[in-house]
Write a protein that binds this ligand. Structure first.
Ligand SMILES: Cc1cc2nc3c(=O)[nH]c(=O)nc-3n(C[C@H](O)[C@H](O)[C@H](O)COP(=O)(O)OP(=O)(O)OC[C@H]3O[C@@H](n4cnc5c(N)ncnc54)[C@H](O)[C@@H]3O)c2cc1C
Length: 341
């Protein structure tokens, strides 16, 4: 019997395992199914910014603020691969995001004369706001988390690749059934299962926080070998982002909610975003046909609130990580590991 089993291999599962294994020498199992349930963490646009969120305005704002600072101090302390400092230029569009709307939301609006520190200038006078933050490249960052977790878990951590298809909550243990028929027993279970928590909700206890959550598919365009300068930056306008990750010469345009199936992204919307940013930067971006489309499943909790804590009995979870889903796990992993040890 395992002391603790974690389901998932996204950012939530791996940060939780790192925090837990740092503190406990118990027998731990990790189960995940990359080929059957692709982690959203792999296909994410990876922007990490506070965008003016302050403490004391709302419970969600407080969580966003505290998580952002938890993540930023982790990046500063460990300097992990895949994470780079970046500047976000949030640009008025004169339609929904007017100058008046910026003043209402952020108290000020500023002229943007150039997308400093990039060499690019707006094609005409633009207005908006600028913030510092980070951009994440999933592949190197996930490799770093995986290695850190394995190093900490030497002798205690076992990893199985399969899909969890059944959960039975007994009086002193939990039985887990895998797709290959194997049955495993564990004392504690931690679900870091992202949008799949909702997709496979029948296998979990019936609780409102899962039942009332939603799966929100998203897609974006990505291409490599693009040189837009030495700085990493994000342009945000009319609900779209252009992300340039200079270390990896990676260019992303997105993200849109997807219409229909995973393989049918909203190309018309993505094409509009591509045109929007070509005009804004006054630069010839690579043609849209050279970008590949990446898609992922986001998990939206009730009132967009993330969830971490006890689900039922000895079943715990970190899920419903929607907007700011890449920073919530830093706070969630520390708080949950401290509370269940
Ligand atoms: C297009 C797009 C753009 C985004 N952009 C941003 C952004 O700019 N900034 C930001 O902060 N966030 C962004 N997000 C959200 C962010 O990526 C997610 O919130 C975050 O990655 C969720 O991580 P997670 O660990 O909770 O879930 P996931 O990464 O989805 O991991 C879930 C894991 O659970 C496993 N699993 C689930 N069920 C089972 C089962 N039954 N058996 C075995 N394994 C199972 C899966 O295999 C997977 O490993 C974006 C998301 C998308 C889709």
């Amino acid at each position: 019997m395992y002391d603790l089993t974690v389901i998932g291999d996204g950012i939530a599962a791996n940060l939780f395992l790192i925090e837990y294994l740092k503190k406990s020498p118990q027998k731990v199992l990790q189960i995940h199914a990359e080929d059957k349930a692709l982690p959203c963490t792999q296909n994410t646009t990876g922007t990490i910014f506070l965008k003016g969120v302050e403490m004391g305005r709302s419970p969600l704002g407080d969580l966003i603020y505290r998580s952002y600072h938890e993540a930023a101090s982790f990046f500063k302390q460990h300097n992990p691969p895949g994470i780079n400092s970046a500047t976000l230029f949030y640009v008025c569009d004169g339609k929904k995001d007017t100058k008046a709307e910026f003043i209402r939301r952020f108290e000020t609006v500023e002229p943007i004369d150039n997308f400093a520190p990039t060499p690019h200038r707006p094609s005409k006078q633009e207005w908006g706001k600028t913030w510092d933050g980070f951009v994440l490249n999933s592949t190197p960052f996930r490799e770093y988390l995986d290695k850190t977790k394995r190093d900490l878990g030497q002798g205690n951590l076992e990893i199985k690749e399969d899909l969890l298809v059944g959960v039975q909550n007994g009086s002193d243990h939990i039985s887990l059934k895998l797709l290959n028929g194997e049955v495993i027993t564990t004392k504690k279970l931690v679900l870091c299962t992202g949008a799949y928590t909702k997709l496979y909700q029948k296998i979990y206890p019936e609780i409102p926080v899962i039942a009332n959550s939603k799966i929100i598919p998203g897609s974006y365009l990505e291409t490599e070998n693009v040189d837009l300068g030495e700085s990493t930056f994000v342009l945000a306008r009319s609900g779209h982002n252009l992300i340039y990750h200079s270390e990896y010469k990676r260019l992303i345009i997105g993200a849109t909610h997807q219409l229909g199936e995973l393989q049918a992204p909203d190309y018309a919307n993505l094409q509009a975003a591509h045109q929007n940013f070509s005009d804004l930067l006054d630069v010839q971006l690579p043609p849209i046909s050279t970008f590949s489309v990446k898609s992922g499943l986001r998990h939206r909790g009730v009132k967009k609130l993330p969830f971490w804590g006890r689900v039922e009995g000895e079943i715990y979870g970190i899920f419903s990580l929607y907007r700011n889903g890449l920073t919530f796990p830093f706070l969630a992993a520390r708080e949950l590991s401290e509370s269940i040890l």
